[in-house]
Structure formats: C-alpha cells, structure tokens
Design a protein around this ligand. Structure first.
Ligand code: DX5
Ligand code: ZN
Length: 231
C-alpha cells in the first residue's frame, strides 16, 4: 500500500447482504471502490455484533484492493495477531477502547499491518497528539459507532485541526458515518482523504443490479473531488 492523498471511497460491507459477502465485495470493487471497509463489532464496546477473525479471513480472497478493518471492540490487543492472520491491510482501533493505544498501535505495526486510530464524536483531536508518528490513519467518526444508516454529525472542525497536526506525515484522515454526496464535500474541504460509506453505496443496488453501486460511488467521488478542487 503506497501513501497518497487522493480521494478513496471505502464502502462498508455492514450495508451489504450478509448472506453473500464474497459477491458483494467483488461487485463494489468492480464498480470502483478503492478500499473495502470491514466493521467489526463486539456487543460490548458498541451495542451491536457483526463478525470476527474467521469471517474476515473468509473475505480476504475476495478483496483485491485494500482490506480496511475497523475494530469496534474492547479489548483490542488480544486479537491483533488474529486480524493480521486474517489478512487485514489496515487495522484500526478506537482510542476509547482502552488505556494503552500507544502500545496497541505499536503492536499493530509490529504484526505487519497499517495502524489506524479511531475517534468517537465526543473525543477531541488532541487525544492523538502523541500518537501521530505511530499511526497511518486517523478515523474520525461522524456517527456514534454501532450502526449503519445514522445521521452525519458535523466534525469538520476536528478534521481541520487533525489536518494541521498531521502536517507532512503520511497519515490518512478517514471519515466514517453518514457520508453521502452532500456531506462528503464538507469533510474533504476540511482535509479528509478516505471516505467510508455504507448505506450511501449500497442503497438501491444488489449483486444482481451492481451498476447502482457504481452510480452511488461515482456520485460520492464527484462531490468529494469537486470540494478538493475548490479547496
Ligand atoms: C458505524 C460503522 C460505519 C458504518 C457506516 O459504526 O463504523 O462504518 O457502516 O455506515 P453509513 O455510511 O450507513 O453511516
Ligand atoms: Zn466503520
């Protein structure tokens, strides 16, 4: 994975057909997805449950781009090796998931993955000040994590602050929650480059009608790139 700040669209398979992940992943990639975002929830850190390492491992052969695994679990450290073994390219842990995010990020890199840190809406940008050299991606949550299809919470001031703090470091700013063609320009203008979108990509489409996924991805990308040019 090489670093650049071009716009990346990362569909969240939380909004896919859970009985058909392989085909869904192939469909979104064929329709222009840059990364595949995988939301892991434990029913403890967040009030919802999705899947664990064996399922993520089963997704791996279908992902030809980048498998971006977002852990909404606590604790994180006992599972890092399992997600490395499952084939995650990026492994993101929440800063709120435990007291030792510094150690967690080192362990994720040590296991050969890119290390991401996610911030809930209530967590300030400054929380990552001393982690910037240990991280490859900062995920700014624009919903409270746990469910797809929630309303976007405006975190543009936080994104702007992070963009300043990051400076020239090769660190992605990812936005997760409520991203669609109307909200994408706000966060891109503030400095984001990776956009997770669940409902806005999958709505109206299916593996039998995948062109809709392509239309949805192109609409988000066009809105985001328009904001980038204007910035
Ligand atoms: C929320 C997840 C998101 C979610 C986004 O807890 O981390 O990745 O799937 O879904 P939308 O785009 O529908 O808000
Ligand atoms: Zn996510």
């Amino acid at each position: 994975m090489t670093f650049d700040r071009s716009i990346k669209i990362a569909p969240s398979i939380l909004s896919a057909d859970f009985a058909n992940f392989g085909e869904e992943i192939r469909a979104i990639e064929a329709q222009g997805a840059d990364w595949v975002h995988v939301d892991v929830m434990d029913g403890h850190f967040v009030p919802n449950l999705t899947f664990g390492p064996p399922a993520v491992k089963a997704f791996r052969p279908h992902v030809k781009t980048v498998m971006d695994v977002h852990l909404m679990i606590a604790p994180v450290d006992p599972y890092i090796d399992a997600y490395a073994e499952a084939g995650a390219d990026i492994l993101t842990a929440h800063i709120e998931a435990g007291p030792h995010t510094h150690r967690t990020l080192q362990a994720i890199r040590g296991a050969g993955m890119k290390a991401g840190v996610a911030l809930n809406p209530g967590t300030p940008a400054d929380a990552v000040e001393h982690l910037l050299d240990l991280t490859d991606l900062i995920c700014v949550m624009t919903v409270n994590p746990g469910f797809g299809g929630q309303k976007f919470i405006d975190m543009t001031a936080k994104v702007r602050r992070l963009r300043e703090m990051i400076g020239d470091r090769p660190v992605h700013i990812e936005i997760d929650g409520g991203v669609d063609p109307t909200t994408a320009p706000l966060v891109v203008e503030a400095g984001a480059d990776a956009l997770v979108a669940g409902s806005a990509v999958f709505k109206g489409g299916s593996v039998g009608n995948p062109d809709v996924y392509g239309d949805n991805i192109r609409a988000i990308r066009a809105a985001a790139e328009g904001a980038r040019k204007a910035a």
